[in-house]
Design a protein around this ligand. Structure first.
Ligand code: TXA
Ligand code: MG
Length: 317
């Protein structure tokens, strides 16, 4: 791994590497992000592997300007007002995802919504413009560690797991962005951050509530997330396929099957399986089968997150 001063030339190389599917850590005004091409499911799977996240939470997609954001999501009037008031800046908007946005299913964890942000940092914006495509970026730390505010923090935490760290000095805010859900009729704050709730209320001229679970259970922000779940029932760790079932397969040794099949990875590669997971679930959900038999997936590396998501999909809360 290399840490490099964020010169024009290093930014250009970073952008080219992003487009080639590599991970690049870069500064934003909030914290350092671990960036990947949001349209490349395999690159996004690498982000989860590098962070060691035990589950697939949806990632924030970063774009250089409002025009690029409008290509990815549907903006209602409230969303337009917030974008006009706070972009570029430390505000992330959760909005209905446009189906033609080309974002990988893994980026949004299969949801019909997408979190978008236009950062206010010269290095981040230059990188996004040079890449010319939306960049998914969670904070550039190992899962459970604090968000990094310097290139040294990133290097200490993600050593060897990232292609390049662009060093733009300490991040000005040092606090993650405020995440606001504007996807439904009632807006709510999902995560408090760099933009104060009072500032949001001031811009809109009305109060902005914090989502219920956030205030009562601050330790578990994941509880706020709606999770993608197929309508077709899932049967996990299946070793045979029953009549009327579709097969979500993994590996080369398949049980006899007659119905629809989607193989997450014929070579048994967990990174490939992670990249294919949500697209595969959707495909089989649309295939009209009575159930989906899911072959066993090893509980190691990204298999942990894959199994977590399959268990949630099998027993929707
Ligand atoms: O300041 C920041 O936001 C930094 C910099 C790099 O931009 N990024 C960051 O990303 O903190 P991350 O992945 O650590 O946090 C993303 C937050 C999570 O709380 C996640 O649940 C929420 O955004 N989120 C993303 N997509 C969502 C969606 N479709 N619906 C609801 N929440 C979503
Ligand atoms: Mg984080």
């Amino acid at each position: 791994m290399g840490t490099e001063k964020a010169s024009r030339e290093a930014i250009e190389r970073g952008a080219a590497a992003l487009c080639a599917g590599r991970l690049i850590a870069f500064p934003t005004e909030t914290v350092y992000g671990l960036g990947a091409d949001a349209t490349n499911a395999r690159a996004v799977a690498e982000v989860f592997a590098a962070k060691g996240r035990p589950r697939f939470n949806p990632l924030i997609v970063h774009v250089p300007d409002l025009a690029a954001a409008l290509r990815l999501a549907e903006f209602n009037e409230t969303a337009r007002q917030l974008a006009a008031a706070f972009w570029p800046g430390a505000l992330t908007l959760v909005l209905p995802r446009r189906p033609d946005g080309r974002i990988a299913e893994l980026t949004t964890a299969g949801l019909d919504t997408i979190a978008v942000r236009v950062p206010a940092h010269a290095v981040a914006v230059a990188l996004l413009r040079a890449a010319g495509r939306p960049i998914a970026a969670p904070s550039a730390n190992r899962s459970g560690h604090v968000s990094p505010t310097t290139a040294e923090h990133v290097e200490a935490d993600l050593n060897n797991r990232v292609h390049m760290v662009l060093d733009g000095g300490p991040t000005p805010l040092g606090l993650e962005s405020t995440v606001v859900d504007v996807s439904g009729p009632a807006l709510r704050v999902l995560r408090l951050g760099g933009i104060a709730r009072a500032a949001l209320a001031g811009a809109l001229g009305r109060p902005v509530p914090v989502a219920e679970a956030e205030s009562s259970r601050p330790a578990s922000p994941g509880m706020l997330l709606r999770h993608y779940a197929p309508a077709t029932p899932l049967r996990l760790a299946a070793r045979e396929v029953k009549r009327g079932e579709a097969l979500l397969a993994f590996g080369a040794q398949l049980p006899p099957h007659a119905g629809p099949i989607f193989n997450l990875s014929a070579s048994g590669d967990l990174l490939e399986a992670a990249a294919n997971l949500f697209a595969g679930l959707r495909r089989l959900d649309d295939a009209g089968a009575q159930g989906i038999a899911v072959m066993p997936i090893p509980e190691e590396g990204l298999g942990e997150a894959i199994n977590d998501r399959l268990r949630r999909a099998a027993s929707p809360a």
